[in-house]
Design a protein around this ligand. Sequence first.
Ligand code: CMC
Length: 424
Amino acid sequence: MADKKAQLIIEGAAPIELPVYSGTLGPDVVDVRSLTAEGIFTFDPGFMATSSCESKITFIDGDKGVLLHRGYPIEQLAEKANFLETCFLLLKGELPNAEEKQKFESTIKNHTMVHEQLKSFFNGFRRDAHPMAIMCGVVGALSAFYHDSLDINDPHHREISAIRLIAKMPTLAAMVYKYSIGQPMMYPRNDLSYSENFLHMMFNTPCDEKKISPILARAMDRIFVLHADHEQNASTSTVRLAGSSGANPFACIAAGIAALWGPAHGGANEAVLRMLDEIGDVSNIEKFVAKAKDKDDPFKLMGFGHRVYKNFDPRAKVMKQTCDEVLSELGINDPQLELAMKLEEIARTDPYFIERNLYPNVDFYSGIILKAIGIPTEMFTVIFATGRTPGWIAHWNEMISGPYKIGRPRQLYTGHSQRDYPSK
Ligand code: CMC
């Protein structure tokens, strides 16, 4: 497998030869695993230069703004595939044919309800709890309800868990919302598509069932597609790390949800809207941009920048187009959108942002669309989690299906040397 070799020369020691591998695409990687035998560790906080695994699922070229799932560009998937086809692709490696598509959709529909007893779980949470706090709890709790699919070494069990998670996430997400506003929880409807069903459970009530707008259902579906996977980001790496100890898939996805919650990751979509609220008016933009540039101020422009994309985020491009479509079709003239566009313009012409390659990311536009659909801000990251679920499961499954080791990073210790407990 090694195409080339690298040599590591440490002063005073013999050179160490390390294999270098080439993937299908992307930079070569140096295999440093043999270094432990030499008594050496590598140091890479934030994993800026570390490949934690081999994967066949998603490829990103951050310099060119390319995102491929199983080889297919995200722009093509967003235009031509629906979310469940994208799930199938991520999980199985190929797009489904017509028969496989129909079978997969119907299997997902068969698992959309959650155990009736799970409802009582919600009552333990305060009504004003953040929806992500409840999601961490209830998704983890699925393992207490679905014991029959917890043997991670059985491919059939892994498949059932994958189906259950993808099918039940929208139901749980809508239940969280209904709980927070005190409305009855809505059962899923299997005559609706995945995204229509989600909007039905979110916005309908038993006494008033409206037809879901196809424009909004399409926009919702596209948001799910655009969030479906993003290779080894913080939450996916968390899912893999949790899974590497042999933890069950529901517990691993709950861990991923927790990692996603932070404002530097999935929580950014909520943070963008809060930031726009705080800016309030176009006349305040300069002040906030100056704050973002100030080294002594921790404030960052939410929705800008990305660890991997140092060019445009291809998801942001599609998201912006969807945003324009949704707002114009719904006839919404949102002053926050005007504010967002002005902010984007200033940030994209300011040398600080240009020099650091800080482009608007996917979260910059998704919040505006979600707001137009009527989704409350606190639910934005829950939507991200619902969309990201197939990616998390695909990575977890890929890891469990092959040889893997428990994830156990090492450290550069800079604390005290050994010392004795003081005598009294
Ligand atoms: N506003 C102002 N300055 C920024 C921003 C920003 N949004 N993002 C990065 N910088 C600056 C940063 O201060 C640093 O400056 P300097 O070189 O002078 O020290 C430089 O740009 C490099 O940034 P970094 O923080 O070292 O980059 P990173 O790869 O560690 O962080 C990031 C990436 C996404 C965490 C960061 O850009 C950020 O916090 N952005 C805002 C939050 C956000 O929108 N997150 C969503 C990411 S997309 C959704 C997802 O995939 O999760």
